[in-house]
Design a protein around this ligand. Structure first.
Ligand SMILES: Cc1cc2nc3c(=O)[nH]c(=O)nc-3n(C[C@H](O)[C@H](O)[C@H](O)COP(=O)(O)OP(=O)(O)OC[C@H]3O[C@@H](n4cnc5c(N)ncnc54)[C@H](O)[C@@H]3O)c2cc1C
Length: 241
C-alpha cells in the first residue's frame, strides 16, 4: 500500500541519539541475498515503534545509538530511487562520504593551524620527531584541500567519484590520527587529564579519541585497500587464488 512496515535492528548509527531523521538500507524483497533486493528509505526517528539506545563513548558522550525497529510504518514516498535500487544509492552516498563531504579540508586545516600554535607554545620540549609530525600534518592538510578541489572540479565537469574515494578515505583518516597524536605528544602527560584540565587539552583529547575510529567508520581502511587493489590497480580479487 502507501507504507512500508520496518522491523529489525541497527547498531553504530552516528548521531542517532539526538537526530530527528535517519536513512538506511532495508531488505524489501523476501529471500534476496547480499546487495540485491535492498531499498534506501528515509525515516523519522521519532516514529512510533523506534527505540534508540544511546552508546556511550570512552569520554562519556553518546555519539552513536543502537536502533530497534518494531513494525515501524514509513510512507512509501520516503523511498529514494525505487524498490531494489538501494545499493546504487548507498554506493553513491559512500563515494561522497569517503571522497568529498564527510571530513571537510577546512576542518583539517583549522586543526593543523591549532597544532602549529600548540607547537610554537611547546617548542622547547618538542622532539625532532614531533616537529616532523607537525610539518607533515600541515603539508598533509594542504595536499588534502587541493585534492578535494580537484575531485569537486571533476564532478562539476560531469565526472563521477570512483575508486579514488577509497584513497581519499585512507588519507584523511590517517592524517586525522597523526595530527591528534602529535598534539598529544606535545602536551605530554597533561593531555590525558581530560576531566580536570582546561578546554584546549580537552579538545585535543576528544579529537585524539575520535580520530582512532576514523580507520573503521565510513568503511574500514582494510576494505578500502581491497577496493584500491581490485578496482584501481586491477589486481586479482581477494580469494580468487
Ligand atoms: C565511530 C563509528 C561510527 C559509525 N557510524 C555508522 C553509521 O552512522 N551508520 C552505519 O551504518 N554504520 C556506522 N558505523 C559502522 C562502520 O561502518 C563499521 O563498523 C565498519 O564498516 C566495519 O564493519 P564491521 O564493524 O562490521 O567490521 P567487520 O567487517 O567485522 O571487520 C572487522 C575487521 O576485519 C577487517 N576485515 C573485514 N573483512 C575484510 C576483508 N575482506 N579483507 C581485509 N580485512 C577485512 C576489517 O577491516 C576490520 O578491521 C560506525 C562505526 C564507527 C566505529
Amino acid at each position: 500500500g502507501d507504507e512500508y512496515v520496518i522491523s529489525g535492528q541497527k547498531t553504530w548509527s552516528s548521531r542517532a541519539s539526538f537526530a530527528d531523521w535517519g536513512f538506511g538500507l532495508f531488505r524489501t524483497e523476501e529471500g534476496s541475498k547480499r546487495h540485491k533486493g535492498l531499498s534506501f528509505i528515509l525515516f523519522d526517528l521519532n516514529s512510533p515503534g523506534i527505540t534508540r539506545r544511546p552508546i556511550r563513548q570512552l569520554h562519556g558522550e553518546p555519539g552513536f545509538a543502537e536502533l530497534f525497529f518494531d513494525e515501524v510504518r514509513v510512507p512509501a514516498a520516503n523511498m529514494l530511487a525505487g524498490e531494489g535500487q538501494g545499493w546504487n544509492v548507498a554506493m553513491a552516498t559512500a563515494g561522497f562520504e569517503r571522497g568529498l563531504m564527510l571530513r571537510s579540508p577546512g576542518r583539517f586545516q583549522a586543526t593543523a593551524k591549532r597544532l602549529v600554535d600548540l607547537y610554537r607554545a611547546n617548542a622547547a620540549n618538542a622532539s625532532p620527531a614531533t616537529r616532523e609530525a607537525v610539518t607533515q600534518a600541515w603539508m598533509g592538510t594542504q595536499a588534502y584541500a587541493y585534492n578535494t578541489y580537484s575531485v569537486a572540479a571533476k564532478i562539476l565537469a560531469g565526472g563521477k567519484i570512483g575508486a579514488e574515494a577509497s584513497l581519499n578515505k585512507i588519507f584523511w583518516s590517517e592524517l586525522d590520527r597523526s595530527m591528534n597524536r602529535a598534539a598529544m605528544q606535545l602536551m605530554g602527560a597533561a593531555a590525558e587529564l581530560a576531566k580536570f584540565a582546561d578546554g584546549s587539552v580537552n579538545q585535543w583529547l576528544d579529537g585524539y579519541i575520535f580520530s582512532l575510529s576514523g580507520p573503521i567508520y565510513a568503511g574500514s581502511n582494510e576494505i578500502q585497500r581491497n577496493i584500491i587493489a581490485e578496482r584501481f590497480l586491477g589486481l586479482p580479487r581477494q580469494g580468487a587464488g
